[in-house]
Design a protein around this ligand. Structure first.
Ligand code: ADP
Ligand code: MG
Length: 338
């Protein structure tokens, strides 16, 4: 989420002068990775930053569908012919993905990739209607057969593919936060593209400020939220897309049509961990404003800020003091441009 990065980098300028605070960016997983953290001992802080970048690279090389040697690519190549034994980590993440498929009645479905691979947003390539309809028949998470005993996965039909693009960055952020906590770091922010998680407070005891960008103007923010000890993810129709005859084709796919979901411009989800917020931001984007908010309002500890297809903002009940007087989360006020 470019807007988030821009805003955070402005906020970061303030602490680079403070010993023990480190900030670093890198391009990994086809996105911008940012880590900012504090430890009294600068050597430990340095170790934390390096551990985050190494972990991001490791997860990319295991889970990218585009790296031929990745575990995920091997699964897509072989699992329609025979069950493939996978690592604990990949098995669990696929199992978690299926949990979100159940929770969202299939709005979140990693087998979207059975049609997703026919799009190339950079080159402006998309399937024609016939190709799209045929490939869409293969989208169904029930086509993934998991064997808990052997940790193997088989695909029920030839042509099925998976892609963890809607959940892997959140998972990576959670793994990195766990690594940081294990070496004693108590204040940190880790961001991978649109997925962030923060622990502790920021320099000077202030909360982290997360900006939600205007989906149609990368220089503007539509909201700024003070947060601590939570994760936040945004899915938008502006990250990877092309336009043809006034229609926007972007990277979030409605599993029932195999076409881009067009019910909103962006979905921001706040929750306890980044795997959850990543999966839910993609899901709520697909579900649209009404069903998306209904889902979020049913889930404990989850909140949402949505920008609908007309550019209007919508908040979940937990962010509205009128509906939730006990809540001390302030409604995010529109923010002047930084
Ligand atoms: P990003 O941060 O990469 O923009 P998002 O969290 O917004 O990611 O999710 C978009 C990604 O999720 C797509 O690039 C694709 O890999 C994957 N995806 C698209 N549609 C779906 C879907 N219906 N269910 C699960 N994953 C999806
Ligand atoms: Mg997501």
């Amino acid at each position: 989420m470019r807007g988030l990065e821009l805003f955070l980098s402005l906020m970061l300028a303030a602490h680079t002068a403070c010993a023990g605070w480190l900030h670093e960016d890198a391009d990994i997983m086809g996105t911008r990775i940012t880590v900012e953290l504090f430890h009294d001992d600068t050597a430990v802080a340095r170790q934390g930053v390096d551990a985050v970048m190494a972990e991001m690279r490791r997860i990319d090389s295991d889970m990218s569908p585009w790296i031929e040697t990745s575990e995920l690519a091997r699964l897509n190549r072989d699992a329609a012919t025979r069950p493939v034994i996978v690592s604990d980590e990949l098995f669990k993440l696929i199992r978690t993905s299926l949990h979100f498929s159940d929770l969202t009645h299939g709005a979140f479905d990693i087998t979207f990739a059975s049609v997703g691979f026919l799009y190339d947003y950079r080159k402006g390539v998309r399937p024609d209607d016939r190709q799209r309809q045929q490939a869409t028949e293969l989208i169904n998470y029930h086509n993934l057969l998991l064997d808990e005993d052997s940790h193997s996965i088989a695909y029920g039909k030839p042509g099925v593919r998976i892609d963890l693009g809607g959940i892997a960055k959140g998972h990576a952020v959670d793994r990195c936060i766990a690594l940081l906590q294990a070496i004693g770091i108590k204040q940190a922010l880790v961001t991978a593209g649109g997925d962030s998680r923060m622990i502790g407070d920021r320099w000077g005891g202030r909360p982290w400020n997360i900006g939600v960008r205007d989906p149609r103007d990368e220089k503007k923010l539509v909201a700024v939220i003070p947060l601590e000890n939570v994760a936040v993810s945004t899915s938008g129709d502006y990250q990877r897309y092309f336009e043809e005859n006034g229609v926007r084709y972007h990277h979030i796919i409605n599993p029932t049509s195999g076409d881009s979901a067009r019910g909103m411009h962006s979905a921001t989800i706040i929750g306890p961990d980044a795997t959850t917020t990543d999966a839910l931001s993609t899901s709520v984007f697909v579900l649209g404003v009404e069903q998306g908010l209904a889902l979020v309002n049913r889930l404990p500890d989850i909140d949402a800020i949505l920008v609908d297809a007309k550019g209007q903002l919508h908040y979940s009940d937990g962010l509205l003091p009128a509906k939730n007087p006990a809540n001390n989360v302030k409604p995010p006020a529109p923010h002047p441009q930084p």
